[in-house]
Design a protein around this ligand. Structure first.
Ligand code: 13P
Length: 275
């Protein structure tokens, strides 16, 4: 069943687990994630980058995500990941997203507040909750990380913008880590204590299991996985024989591989059986 971001995160916050948010890119990654959620009776967030909506594949993918959500017996939120502007977030609403992320974290504090508040206002008019980001979570290729999210500033940010979930910078980055990240678990607890809304961890691929568990214990309720969804798909594709040319049959292994990856993360996050 299709639910919104606030609805899917509320029980996780209360019961102390995290909802996995998998980035999907095509029908096969969507199928793998949807099958894993159904099999484990787990709530799941299925999200896409705004470039998919911009470049046209979202035109085909969005109705497929919505169809998967309607068919599912588990709660599914269709979420925009890293919307960068009013245009991108409004377009995602048009495509049927039930959660929106506005990422204005590269702006200064006042600029971030202003854009995030505007987007939360627009989405609020149509009943769609918004995730914001304070402290810019960059990529593993960045020379250094910005200053980690400050708890006091996070409290003000949430009050000033009206977001329902907050992505924070606590030691993660997007992409394949060159060495395992070390999360600032104490800081997650401080931020959680200050903001009292679900916190979001970006850059979930490659975080060691014990740190994922500690982060959830400290207040993380949504963890994003993108890079390793891609690798689980691509590794299976590259390992498949070219002799199998019927594309639907060729793709079966890739769907299976994405499903296996999603099953593992669902269990790790404690989301299995929570639907
Ligand atoms: P990874 O690609 O590092 O898993 O990060 C995904 C993410 O945070 C998407 O917003």
């Amino acid at each position: 069943m299709l639910v919104n971001l606030k609805e899917i995160l509320a029980p996780a916050e209360k019961e102390g687990y995290a909802v996995p948010a998998f980035n999907v890119y095509n029908l096969e990654t969507l199928m793998g994630v949807a099958e894993a959620a159904e099999e484990t009776k787990a709530p799941v967030i299925i999200q896409t980058y705004s470039r998919l909506f911009k470049e046209g594949s979202g035109y085909y993918l969005a109705p497929s995500v919505l169809a998967a959500a309607q068919k599912a017996s588990v709660p599914v939120c269709f979420h925009l990941d890293h919307g960068a502007s009013e245009l991108e977030t409004t377009r995602a609403l048009r495509y049927g997203c039930t959660g929106i992320m506005i990422d204005a974290s590269a702006l200064d504090y006042d600029g971030n507040v202003a854009l995030t508040r505007r987007v939360a206002g627009i989405c609020g008019h149509v009943g769609i909750p918004v995730e914001g980001e304070l402290g810019h979570v960059g990529t593993v290729n960045d020379a250094s990380m910005e200053e980690f999210t400050d708890a006091g500033q996070a409290k003000d940010f949430v009050a000033e913008t009206g977001v329902c979930a907050l992505a924070v910078l606590v030691g993660t980055a997007h992409g394949r880590y060159k060495k395992p990240p070390r999360l600032d678990i104490g800081r997650i607890s401080q931020i959680k204590e200050a903001v009292k809304i679900p916190l979001v961890l970006h850059g979930g691929s490659g975080i060691p299991d014990d740190q994922i568990k500690a982060a959830i214990g400290a207040g993380i309720c949504k963890i994003n996985f993108g890079t390793d969804v891609c690798y689980s798909f691509l590794d299976a594709v590259f390992a498949s024989s070219r002799d199998l040319y019927a594309v639907d049959l060729f793709m079966k292994n890739a769907v299976k591989s994405v499903k296996a990856f999603a099953l593992e993360k669902i269990r790790l996050l404690g989301a299995g059986g929570k639907a």
